[in-house]
Design a protein around this ligand. Sequence first.
Ligand code: ADP
Ligand code: MG
Length: 247
Amino acid sequence: MRVDLIEVSKTFTGEHEAAVGPMTLHIPSGQFVALVGPSGCGKSTLLRLIADQFPPTSGKVLLDGRPPREARRQKAIAWMAQQPALFPWATVLDNVRLPLRVNPGANRSSPDPETLLEMVGLSEYANASPQTLSGGQQQRVALARTLATGTRLWLMDEPFAALDELTRERLSEDLLRMWETFRPTVLWVTHNVPEAVRLAERVVVLSKRPGRVRADIPVVLPSPRDETMPEVANVVRHIRQVLRSTE
Ligand code: ADP
Ligand code: MG
């Protein structure tokens, strides 16, 4: 799904200063974009605007050239946050299945829920209750659920921020593999610059509030990438410099 932001800004009711924008950003269908920027610069607000959780104060959001309301109504947008928000009363497998039950038309292209659980390495937990899983495992269930819906736009708001390093590495590998398989458009907010460069095709750096595009950096390096590769380290250094200059 293509995402176009045209001079988009958001000022919350009662506030004097905009939380984000005005900003213009064009994301072609299937691109994997990492969004980085200082805390409070409007990253979450931007994702919410794209998800049509509220309208922009000015400017326009277009998904495949149309107002985002349509995509929201069709449940074509997947959202992944720091807290996986699984249903505690359902089994792990049913958590992956549930979006399909609610919206059976959502997906025709994704593998079945059992296969997805296998892809994230959790087959043996299919009948377990989500509370019995670790944070990382729960987030993997959430990832499988996102995939089950077969959505073409994934908005990810620091999905792995609460996890330990090893787990987040494992999950970011999962995410990359899933993206390579299904090619959704991914907008992924992260504070982890090396991880952004390792995974994304493009890193957009926002200025401090109100967030605007400070730098738009294509990462044209072969995958898989490793932080110890000099080219990767160079891009990381460059992004950190830009980030520092936004403080
Ligand atoms: P980020 O995700 O980059 O940390 P946010 O998008 O959460 O930033 O917030 C951007 C700014 O907007 C912050 O200053 C925040 O306090 C403010 N803000 C966010 N949501 C609301 C809201 N519902 N009402 C008023 N201000 C808000
Ligand atoms: Mg945020």
